[in-house]
Design a binder for this molecule. Sequence first.
Ligand SMILES: *Cc1c(COP(=O)(O)O)cnc(C)c1O
Length: 364
Amino acid sequence: MEIKAQLLDLKPYQPGKPIETVKRVFGLEKITKLASNENPFGCSEKAKQAILEELNSLALYPDGYSTDLRKAVAEHLNVDETQLIFGNGSDEVIQIICRALLGPGKNTVMPTPSFPQYKHNAVIEGAEVREVELVDGEHNLGEMLAAIDEQTQIVWICNPNNPTGTYIEKEKLFSFVSKVPKHVLVVLDEAYYEYVVASDYPETIGLLSEYENVVILRTFSKAYGLASLRIGYGIGSSKLIQQIEPAREPFNTTRVAQAAAKAAISDQEFIKECVSKNKKGLDQFYTFCEEHHLSYYKSQGNFILIDFKQQGDQVFQYLLERGFIVRSGNALGFPTSVRITVGTEEQNAEIIGHLTEMLQTTGK
Ligand SMILES: *Cc1c(COP(=O)(O)O)cnc(C)c1O
């Protein structure tokens, strides 16, 4: 047998060290994970209740069409039910889109550094990947347009961008979309949509009635606090969604995830509270950065990328030994930075305390 050549160069996803191992190795009692942009406040109580109610139905396959959740999301977004596709996390929607559109001889354009799954899936499908460097942490939309040709199938936009937290304002994005040729699918990954507070951040659902070549990705993993259940979705024109549906596994989202997501979307009060606490949390980090003259990107997400002007891996290790798991910028394309998920006020204060001490002892 022969493994696809493009798989040989890909690394399987490297999960972080398990919390239990970290505790044992460093003799710590408490570990705080601020590494994967999970919601530090958990999820809505309504979602927990909905999960309990599903426990008697675990023997049954889920509804492959996610009918109830579909209805709830369609209503919430004011789109037609046929405009939605659900995935095992929006990660899987990315995979479905790649399966449906990419192959040898085709190419796809994406920003870098950005969310790694666009490239990963494109490589598996054997497509050529055209990466366009960020400029000052932001998408270079002009260069991205210039990289598109007849063989381009997908252009990826991560808004707000992970790992920088920067965003593309409405006018720039709409102008970009209007210039992308019709044979190219524009994927707008809005995993952090709920957290955004910038008033000129684009509401993109309206684009869908004008452009058949746009898909928006959202998820229940971040602000909704349901990362473990793996559920996200794509929103597009009915026609496009029907065309990519065959690339989706029939029972790709679970009964528990569907029920929890449906309950979670009905609790916008919970989201509002989390967004307001996140904003205050970001302010804690901004103040810290300014006091210590560290450069960082203003973030519209629930994370912040800070440049410590020393190896990110070193900062990561320093924090790990003190019970905080963060993400080193080393693997994210920012070797002297660290990406920290905004935690609770107390968690933020604690990690800032450790970082302050670190800067004092290293003399920076
Ligand atoms: C977290 C994240 C996702 C994936 O989330 P799922 O858990 O798979 O829904 C997608 N895009 C970006 C930019 C993310 O940060």
